[in-house]
Design a protein around this ligand. Structure first.
Ligand code: SF4
Length: 431
């Protein structure tokens, strides 16, 4: 390939936020190294396709294989690189797909950009975490690995070892991002609350926030998913004291019944979860508490599910991600008896999704008539803008007086007028 024709790389992603974050970082690193990299669509023409796979369920495995095969079939001249959790968990299965050029496990991801750029001689890679042209918010992964062994989850087997970025490196990354105009940094990890455990630190995440929040008062810091038992008194104090601590915590509940929580090997009871949510709301009264819920876990009887629904209602989550239990080969839950039929799982999913929508509406309605500070991300249509408030509600607003100003990347005070089924709408308050 000629050095002056940029290598075209298309990065395709399956699965969770961490994977999406890593794909974005990979595409940014590839661009910094001179490649033309997009995180997008398998129909695009490219020289190299990276498939960042997922293995969270058997269905995810199937989807990963399907996408790899599709790319090979539709782009016979291209190279196909497979990475991510499925590549890590079952490299043999990936190897057996004819046409795969390179398989890289999770540990190899940081060096992947260089490897790909090596396919086109002459490029000099420089890794950047954020592409300032496209985003006001950056997702910064600061931790990897999990040793909790929830009984339904394969992740500890494929991404087990806990590794975290040291506080100084996180500080430098955030400083770099803030200096290039980024207004919100989302700190994520596979098991974020385990941040620092690899260095023997206690409450490493709380200590990290204690360093970051005062130093970057103009940058909002948002936390990715946090295990309920890991909301420390320090984190609660910081949520109370710092306006740039986003008023949003995602605390995965997974089940609202104690027997199921035990079977899941989750380290808390519903009473303890309720206690944590109470403390969070005492620290920051209007904070959004969002969650993940699994339905149809083995042994989830109708009675247990009814109690689960009651508990969810009582917790008044502002958003719920519902997952039907999908048995994952190699995990203890896969061989548990009293598995639930797909039909029942589907019905329960629908009921819980409906409850989640009702709770979202009640939470959103609380803000009608109030003013929210919104970080504006994009123009939805001519004169119509969209962004997120600190509590992660989506807010849309119109240009006042038909002005044609560019609000992207700015913070705007919006008076909330209504809930539109997905988020809030309002009008901009002129300063
Ligand atoms: S905390 Fe549980 S669900 Fe989350 S990654 Fe670890 S084992 Fe999986």
């Amino acid at each position: 390939m000629a050095v002056d024709s940029p290598l075209r790389v298309c990065v395709l992603t399956l699965g969770c936020k961490v994977n999406q974050n890593e794909s974005q970082a990979l595409a940014a690193a590839l661009r910094a190294g001179g490649a033309r990299a997009t995180a997008g669509d398998e129909r695009e023409e490219a020289d190299v396709y990276v498939v960042n796979t997922c293995t969270v369920t058997n269905l995810a495995d199937q989807k990963s294989r399907k996408l790899i095969r599709k790319v090979i079939r539709e782009h016979p001249g291209a190279r196909v690189v497979v990475t991510g959790c499925y590549a890590q968990a079952d490299a043999e299965a990936v190897k057996s797909i004819q046409g795969v050029s390179l398989i890289v496990g999770n540990a190899g991801k940081p060096a992947l950009a260089e490897q790909i750029l090596g396919l086109a001689p002459g490029f000099c890679p420089e890794v950047k975490a954020w592409d300032p042209e496209t985003r006001t918010r950056a997702v910064l992964k600061i931790q990897d690995g999990c040793r909790q062994f929830c009984s339904y989850c394969i992740i500890p087997y494929v991404r087990g070892k806990i590794q975290s970025l040291d506080a100084e490196s996180v500080y430098h990354r955030v400083r770099e991002l803030a200096a290039s105009g980024c207004r919100e940094v989302v700190l994520t990890g596979i098991h974020l609350g385990a941040y620092g455990l690899d260095r023997g630190e206690e409450d490493g995440l709380g200590r990290l926030l204690e360093t970051l929040l005062p130093r970057f008062p103009q940058t909002r810091i948002r936390l990715g998913s946090l295990e309920p038992a890991e909301v420390s008194p320090r984190i609660l104090r910081l949520a109370r004291e710092w306006p740039n601590f986003c008023k949003h915590l995602h605390l995965p509940l997974q089940s609202g019944h104690d027997d199921i929580l035990t079977a899941m090997n989750r380290p808390y009871t519903t009473a303890q979860f309720e206690g944590t949510v109470g403390q969070v709301r005492e620290a920051a009264p209007d904070i959004a508490v969002t969650t993940d819920c699994i339905v149809g876990f083995p042994g989830e009887t109708e009675e247990r599910f009814a109690q689960y629904m009651e508990f969810v209602k009582k917790m008044a989550f502002s958003r719920i991600h519902v997952f039907a239990f999908s048995s994952r080969k190699g995990t203890p839950a896969a061989s548990m008896d009293r598995q639930i039929s797909n039909k029942v799982k589907l019905r329960r999913s629908r009921e819980l999704i409906q409850l989640g929508m009702d709770l979202s509406r009640s939470y959103g309605a609380k803000f009608i008539g109030k003013t929210l500070s919104v970080l504006v991300e994009q123009r939805r249509s001519p004169g119509m803008w969209e962004g997120h408030a600190s509590n992660y509600l989506t807010v849309q607003f119109a240009d006042s007086g038909g002005e044609q100003r560019d609000y992207a990347g700015q913070t705007a005070d919006i008076e909330i007028l209504s809930w539109n089924g997905q988020g809030l709408t309002g009008k901009k308050i002129e300063s």
